[in-house]
Design a protein around this ligand. Structure first.
Ligand code: GRG
Length: 295
């Protein structure tokens, strides 16, 4: 990873923080406890991988900064909502997220439920407002809705919940993660690109291949980290997958083969970017980041 990429990443993460702070209701606005909890869930934490993907894909096609900020904030709000709900007692029942007490622990369960609901609605509100061609904004809203719903992230979560204690095949594991984690990562890539132009079929296909590879790599690495890193490094409870008897790449393939698979997926992601040449450097480096991350 080059110094230029690291500098771009820090600047973009800071831009994302500013956008989120601006697009979330102020904690002083009634109902202030809910708004404070939404800001607690979404601000000041996380790697911001999805916003980084939005901005990196936007760079490919010269997307306007205002629309990229909205798309990045929207996709991160959906992600933050999913983490809040996933941590609740009715799902993963976790007390630590992004190095802080989870929302239902810091506030209460009913507030956590509402925080997730409200963040999801806020994501679509933010993306629907502001400048931009109405046709492409509609396509972006449609994409984000598909990626978030029962044929995307929520569907993947449903499969995940139903899979506890089961021995899934590699294909079944892949399908679960394509929906649960991959759909929103794919949406981030495509949203950034669509903010710049109407994509050709060839461009969509190349970005889809890239997104499929990084989506799976992200999950394989997540499984490896869950099995090999500690809670302080991760900022969330480590070892949860095995404790909860969840099927993972590590339980299916073992640690070494999982690490090798992540490396292969990174090479696949790089190969998918070849048609875009040097202008895809940030997407290229983000694939490296996803595979080399330690948390
Ligand atoms: C509850 C509707 C609903 C969906 C939940 C995304 C998800 C589905 C659950 C999160 C649980 C989890 C640990 C999934 C594995 C991959 C993942 C999405 C990890 C968290 O994303 P990061 O690493 O988190 O990007 P940060 O905090 O850096 O943003």
């Amino acid at each position: 990873m080059s110094d230029a990429f690291r500098t771009w990443m820090k600047t973009t993460q800071a831009d994302c923080e500013i956008a989120l702070a601006e697009f979330l209701p102020a904690a002083t606005v009634v109902p202030s406890r809910l708004h404070a909890a939404m800001r607690y869930a979404a601000l000041d934490g996380g790697k911001r991988v999805r916003p980084l993907l939005v901005y990196a894909a936007g760079c490919l096609f010269g997307a306007p900064a205002g629309l990229l900020a909205r798309a990045a904030a929207a996709v991160e709000m959906i992600h933050a909502y999913s983490l809040v709900h996933d941590d609740m007692p009715c799902m993963d029942d976790d007390a630590l997220r992004r190095g802080k007490p989870t929302v239902h622990v810091q506030y209460d369960e009913a507030t956590a439920l509402l925080v997730g609901d409200a963040l999801q609605a806020q994501a679509f509100l933010v993306l629907s407002e502001g400048a931009g061609d109405p046709g492409s904004k509609l396509a972006m809203l449609n994409l984000l809705a598909q990626a978030s719903g029962s044929l995307g992230m929520c569907g993947g979560q449903a499969i995940d919940l139903a899979s506890v204690g089961l021995a899934l095949t590699r294909e079944q594991l892949e399908q679960m993660h394509r929906l649960k984690t991959g759909a929103l990562l794919r949406a981030a890539v495509l949203l950034g690109a669509m903010a710049g132009k109407q994509l050709s079929a060839t461009e969509t296909e190349a970005l889809d291949s890239y997104a499929a590879a990084i989506g799976l790599a992200f999950q394989v690495v997540d499984d490896v980290l869950d099995a090999s890193a500690d809670s302080a490094t991760l900022g969330k409870t480590a070892g949860k997958d095995a404790a909860d008897n969840k099927p993972t790449y590590v339980s299916l393939l073992g640690l070494d083969a999982s690490r090798q698979l992540a490396q292969q997926l990174c090479r696949d992601a790089h190969a998918a970017l070849q048609p875009f040449g040097d202008s895809a450097q940030y997407l290229h480096d983000l694939a490296d980041l996803i595979v080399q991350r330690q948390a």
